[in-house]
Design a protein around this ligand. Sequence first.
Ligand SMILES: [Mg+2]
Length: 229
Amino acid sequence: MPNHLFFDLDHTLWDFEANAEETLKELYELYQVQFLAPVCSLEFIRIYSKINHDLWKLYRNHQITKAKLRVKRFEDTFKTMGVESKYIPKDIGEKYVEICPTKTKLISGAREVLEYLQEDYQLHIITNGFEESQNKKLKHADLGRYFKTVTISEHVGKQKPHPLVFETALKNAQSNLNHGTYIGDNLDADIKGAINAGWKAFWLTKDINGYTNPDCEVIKDLRDLKKFF
Ligand SMILES: [Mg+2]
């Protein structure tokens, strides 16, 4: 039995979708976006989310830098909405990065399951996010106290699914096991990444027919982990 459990942060514990949406709604108001383009806040969020999602893929493949990603996702959003370059708010990307990690919404069952697991296991985080954002999220959402170590891909120099990220996490945890157990939401980065590194994986997903592997358990709700540990 493992005595260490490793968690992904975004979309697995910290409700990225809800927190990003709350932040983007605030930015829409703050920058009076309705006067720049005839677009409602929901449409603004939809356009941004698609662009951000695509740019993150490039970032994972080292095709774009972090600094570029943070500026470009808003530039492209405004361009898509038909806003001329000179009217695009220059500091909106920085503002997003400042506000979003202070949001505190969690995935359903997150705190309950962490409280339960910390009784018998040492808990750890492995995340592809950026150091200052991820540490801010852990602090503001009061999650930091559950975790012994936090392995951030930015430090490792590789992103999940690269096996080095998982190996580094195991070293950081000072686990005597060769393989860990990982709980995450992203099939490629988390689940296939963990399995490829020789780990066991728990895939938090509603997509129960998408992927099967003997080293992967599918869970629909974080609280399902209580049945296994
Ligand atoms: Mg995730």
